[in-house]
Design a protein around this ligand. Structure first.
Ligand SMILES: Nc1nc2c(ncn2[C@@H]2O[C@H](COP(=O)(O)OP(=O)(O)OP(=O)(O)O)[C@@H](O)[C@H]2O)c(=O)[nH]1
Ligand SMILES: [Mg+2]
Length: 369
């Protein structure tokens, strides 16, 4: 039996086995086997061909535009950036990855316009594999939907899921320490629903015989398998609804219902017209927020605060990260810093390297001469 038939057989068994406590461990075993066999199949098929796109990542962050053919990805890229991506009224205009740079709030955000994803892309058809490998390296997935084809959303997410991209969720927090003997010593948090037997069964499928394992949060079998496969990519995503210029105002309610029916919060989707360049400011702002970017204005000795070219960092970054981004020997010569703004308790608060910065902080570094 070939690998593909084996995969089909396992999928069939999972689909027909009712999920309950008495079958849970068995399903756990099947799902582990399935993930491993799929991995093997993908590695086999990529050995022969498919070079993948070599797109150099530059700028402060990278966003992948993901959508079906003709939804307006290239038009959007051209409207947002300095790129000139070919657009046309027929499908599959973009056959390669087109990068463009978006300047916003002093940050350089690289946008990648990738060819349309089609059904079966994750399996290697239509060059989709290569496209998906580009998406995996991005910091944010920007779905581009046409206002009349909201249903494409689920298919896109499925394609990404099949290609090991997990959207809008944190990596499972599971710690495993291998031992030489003693079997599996499992510690689980109070709200973990999976049975101990199931977790151990899955661990055994991944050749953990002796190990200390801690699982604190409640996670599904699939998420447990994801954690053990160790090659899943976790990315945030954002939905833009393009061609909004083509609908009448009274059709908007239908679109909202459509969005909800496909699991999208209408308040979080950004309505745009790439062609008429409408809604682009709020799209830029949403991209900025989803990427968790922050601006820090540097107060330079003798030159005052530079509001023109902020230091662009990510939420959670500290004074130390700021020093690293500036480069040079600031970190070595660092004595302390003074911060004013949202992260400071008061004007000119004295802080150390570990102080967490916030958007629109003003930062002065005091260093040894
Ligand atoms: N009315 C309207 N038409 C648009 C809008 N955005 C794009 N279009 C049109 O839709 C067609 C397809 O646009 P493209 O930007 O080439 O679409 P794409 O997603 O890059 O397509 P592929 O490269 O084939 O994947 C073109 O005729 C565009 O002019 C929009 O906001 N409103
Ligand atoms: Mg295109």
């Amino acid at each position: 039996m070939g690998l593909e038939e084996e995969i089909e057989e396992i999928e069939e068994e999972i689909a027909t086995t009712p999920y309950n406590k008495s079958t849970e461990a068995h399903i756990g075993r099947l799902k582990s086997k399935l993930a491993q066999k799929k991995e093997k199949l993908q590695n086999q098929s990529s050995a022969g061909g498919g070079q993948g796109y070599a797109v150099e990542k530059t700028g402060d962050a990278t966003v992948a535009l993901v959508g079906f053919p003709s939804v307006g990805k290239s038009t959007l890229l051209n409207a947002l950036t300095n790129a000139d991506s070919e657009t046309a009224a027929y499908e599959f205009t973009t056959l390669d990855v087109n990068p463009g740079m978006l300047q916003y709030n002093g940050a350089n955000v690289q946008l990648l316009d990738v060819p349309g994803l089609i059904e079966g892309a994750a399996g290697g058809r239509g060059g989709g594999r290569e496209v998906l490998s580009v998406v995996r390296t991005a910091d944010l997935v920007l779905f581009v939907l046409s206002v009349f084809e909201i249903d494409q959303y689920e298919r896109l997410r499925e394609e990404l899921y099949e290609n090991k991209v997990r959207l809008d969720t944190d990596p499972p927090n599971i710690s495993i320490r291998k031992r030489h003997k003693g079997g599996i010593n499992l510690t689980t948090g109070d709200d973990v629903d999976l049975d101990e037997g199931t977790i151990k069964q899955v661990l055994r499928e991944y050749d953990y015989i002796n190990a200390d394992v801690t699982i604190r949060e409640n996670r599904s079998i699939d998420e447990l398998v994801d954690a053990l496969m160790d090659n899943r990519v976790y990315l945030p995503s954002l939905v833009s609804v393009n061609k909004a210029d083509l609908i009448e105002p009274d059709y908007l309610e239908t679109v909202h219902e459509d969005l909800q029916a496909h699991g999208i919060d209408p308040d979080e989707a950004v309505f745009i017209s790439a062609e008429e360049e409408k809604g682009l400011d709020s799209l830029k702002q949403s991209i900025w927020e989803e990427l968790g970017m922050i601006r820090v204005f540097m107060d330079k000795p003798g030159r005052g605060v530079d509001y023109e070219e902020p230091l662009v960092l990510r939420a959670g970054d500290t004074v130390e990260d700021a020093c690293e981004k500036i480069g040079g020997d600031f970190k070595e010569r660092f004595r302390f810093a003074r911060v004013s703004g949202p992260s400071a308790k008061h004007e000119d608060q004295q802080v150390g390297m570990d102080h967490e910065l916030a958007d629109e902080d003003v930062l002065r570094l005091v260093v040894r001469r």
